[in-house]
Ligand binder design. Structure first.
Ligand code: ADP
Ligand code: MG
Length: 144
C-alpha cells in the first residue's frame, strides 16, 4: 500500500517529508522504516526530519561509523541504523540488531544490505536522485 510519493527540491523539503512519515508512523503504531537509495540520495536528511518529529531536540547525524544512533528525547525511542558497513548476518548479530526490536521505532539506512533482517511488516522508503537537487521519495507499507 502506498503511503506517500513526493518530489523534493531541497534537503529541507526532504526533511519535511521525513517528518510527514514520522507522523504517519506514530498515528499507525508502525515500528520499522527501511530506507533505500544511493550515497548522497538524502537518507540521512530524511532521517533528520523523521527523528525531529518524534524526538524534537535530537541532533541527527549519520551513524555510519557507530552503526546505530539512539534518540531518547521523545515519547518513544528511535534507533537510527546505517547498514553501509554491514556485510553479513554475523555483523548484525554482533551489534545486537535484533535486541532493538520492540523497544522503539527503528529506521535503517542502506537497507539493501540487510534484506534477510527486515521484519515482514515494515515501511519501505525509496529515495531516487532525479537531478542535483531533485529527489523522488516513495513510501510503501509492506506486509508480506
Ligand atoms: P545519504 O544519507 O543518502 O547518503 P545525505 O542525506 O547524507 O544522503 O546527503 C544528501 C546530500 O544531497 C546532501 O549534501 C544534500 O545537501 C544534497 N541534496 C540536494 N538536494 C536534496 C534533496 N532534494 N533532498 C535531500 N538531499 C538533497
Ligand atoms: Mg546517510
Amino acid at each position: 500500500m502506498e503511503i506517500l510519493s513526493k518530489v523534493t527540491n531541497s534537503p529541507e523539503e526532504t526533511e519535511s517529508v521525513g517528518g510527514e512519515l514520522a507522523r504517519y508512523v506514530l498515528a499507525n503504531a508502525e515500528s520499522f522504516v527501511a530506507l533505500y537509495g544511493d550515497l548522497g540520495a538524502g537518507k540521512t536528511a530524511f532521517c533528520r526530519g523523521f527523528v525531529g518529529v518524534i524526538s524534537p531536540d535530537a541532533h541527527v547525524c549519520s551513524p555510519t561509523y557507530a552503526i546505530v544512533n539512539e534518540y531518547d528525547g521523545g515519547d518513544v525511542p528511535v534507533f537510527h541504523f546505517d547498514m553501509y558497513r554491514v556485510e553479513s548476518e554475523d555483523s548484525l548479530d554482533s551489534i545486537g540488531f535484533y535486541d532493538y526490536f520492540g523497544r522503539g521505532i527503528i529506521i535503517t539506512e542502506w537497507s539493501e544490505n540487510i534484506p534477510y533482517a527486515l521484519p515482514d511488516r515494515h515501511i519501505k522508503v525509496k529515495i531516487e536522485k532525479l537531478s542535483e537537487d531533485k529527489r523522488k521519495i516513495t513510501a510503501e507499507l509492506i506486509t508480506e
